[in-house]
Design a binder for this molecule. Structure first.
Ligand SMILES: Cc1cc2nc3c(=O)[nH]c(=O)nc-3n(C[C@H](O)[C@H](O)[C@H](O)COP(=O)(O)OP(=O)(O)OC[C@H]3O[C@@H](n4cnc5c(N)ncnc54)[C@H](O)[C@@H]3O)c2cc1C
Length: 429
């Protein structure tokens, strides 16, 4: 019997995932004295350690790092932590309260247990729990189109999750497909390193880094944007599938304007539509996508202007600069070999994969039905998903509030909040 199976296999609560979400709920349960266990298949904070590129830094300012009981305490609240500092923040968080984490243990199946509670099968044996929090993040399976299989075999293809630095890619031009946060920042990373970069521009919006004397995040915070619940958002639940606005925290923070990169030699195209051997076909929407990204940035600025005017804030005026570059037409095809492209970085996002959860809570697309993380299966919760409840739910700034909400629900279901404890389902070892 190894060290793990020698320990009791039943817990009041099992938390699946040891990222910031799993650690946040663990902190709240610890405060409430609720026995629990966190299973993390890698190491705590794995995504920040192993799934980000070398020059990665936060897009959100450090002051938004508000893990429960452990707000950012450094001397640069308006700065943007680099990858190692983020990992350090997570490690210090763990050291601050000593959560009961089993690292290197993957949950392989979660199902209902006859008689109540849940069965949690793991790579280290089977466990049971009265309640379970699924905190496995929102980015499970890197998306690569099947058409990519038709590309020449000597072309290097990686997903953004595996991108580390320009040197990892063979000499030659690089094609970045997708312009969400990752695609734009990876294109910038390659461009700044002197690589010739080609980018298939998608429909992601952009946002300015600063406006009228403050970081736009500060303005949006003052506007209440980060605490707006999903059901009050104009797009309602559909906002969960929307691409993030692109901007960067690199070198103290700045805009990402693809038009400026185009002036410096970056090759921009519309969205990739298909692969025909060495040639890719392109949608004629480069101009529209660039214009829409600028419009989204300007709309946010308009909103800030209205707020400044209505609140009577004394903020410096700031004009709107016209676009610094316009495409001179829409290209329909690109011959990769002729363009000198030797590698592709697919930056088109992730699909979720909850096939290991055997509870009837998912919609037709495999998304779990929930209200602020509480599912219809009593005792089963989700935490850390993008827009689980607010913009910040899938980020450092909001996960703590959602964790506090779930901890209260968990305690209530146990009888903690009413003083009536649910009879512990002690399992025969
Ligand atoms: C490129 C990128 C940039 C981002 N930038 C920012 C930013 O600037 N600011 C910000 O606030 N947020 C940012 N985010 C969003 C968010 O903060 C991160 O995605 C963060 O990692 C989410 O934390 P989490 O705990 O919800 O999920 P994760 O960090 O993904 O943690 C989930 C954990 O669960 C584990 N796990 C998964 N399946 C199992 C299983 N079956 N059994 C056991 N363990 C399992 C994983 O190993 C992982 O450690 C960014 C996200 C990405 C992808």
């Amino acid at each position: 019997m190894n060290a793990i199976t020698a320990q009791p296999t039943h817990r009041s609560v099992i938390i699946i995932g040891g990222g910031q979400a799993g650690l946040s709920i663990s902190w709240h349960l610890t405060q409430r004295g609720i026995d629990h266990l966190v299973f993390e298949k890698q190491r705590v904070g794995h995504a920040w350690r192993a799934q980000r590129w070398d020059t990665f830094c936060l897009v959100t300012p450090n002051w938004q790092c508000k893990l429960p009981g452990f707000p950012y305490a450094g001397n640069d609240p308006d700065g943007f932590m680099k990858k190692d500092d983020i990992v350090g923040y997570i490690e210090e968080y763990v050291a601050s309260f000593g959560p009961p984490v089993r690292e290197g243990v993957a949950v392989t199946r979660l199902g209902r247990r006859a008689g109540g509670g849940f069965e949690v099968d793991t790579s280290a044996g089977s466990f049971t729990a009265d309640q379970v929090v699924v905190a496995v993040g929102g980015y499970h399976t890197p998306k690569m189109p099947r058409s990519a299989e038709r590309l020449p075999r000597d072309l290097t293809q990686i997903h953004s999750i595996d991108y580390r630095n320009p040197e990892q890619l063979p000499p030659g031009d690089v094609l970045v497909v997708g312009t969400g946060q990752s695609g734009c920042q990876i294109a910038e990373d390659l461009h700044l390193a002197g690589r010739r970069v080609h980018v298939c521009v998608g429909s992601a919006p952009r946002v300015a880094r600063r406006y009228r004397g403050r970081d736009v995040v500060d303005w949006l915070d003052a506007l209440g944007h980060y605490t707006l619940p999903v059901h009050e958002h104009p797009m309602k639940e559909k906002v969960r599938g929307k691409a993030n606005h692109y901007v960067t925290g690199r070198d103290g923070g700045r805009d990402i304007d693809l038009r400026k990169f185009a002036l410096e030699g970056m090759q921009l195209y519309g969205r990739l539509s298909d692969v025909l051997g060495e040639t890719i076909t392109l949608e004629p929407n480069l101009k529209r996508n660039l214009d829409n990204a600028d419009n989204s940035s300007n709309n946010i600025k308009d909103m800030i202007d209205r707020y400044i005017a209505s609140a009577g804030i004394d903020a410096p005026e700031e004009g709107r600069a016209p676009p610094v570059w316009e495409p001179d037409g829409e290209r329909e095809t690109l011959d990769l070999r002729a363009a000198g492209i030797t590698s592709i970085v697919w930056s088109i996002g992730f699909a979720s994969d909850y096939r290991w959860i055997e509870c009837p809570i998912f919609d037709g697309k495999g998304y779990p039905g929930h209200t602020r993380g509480v599912t219809e299966e009593a005792g089963l919760y989700f935490l850390g998903l993008p827009w689980l409840y607010t913009w910040g739910s899938g980020r450092f700034v909001g996960v703590g509030d959602d964790a506090a909400f779930l901890a209260e629900r968990i305690d209530t279901l146990r009888g903690g909040a009413t003083g009536i404890r649910v009879v512990e389902m002690a399992l025969a070892e």
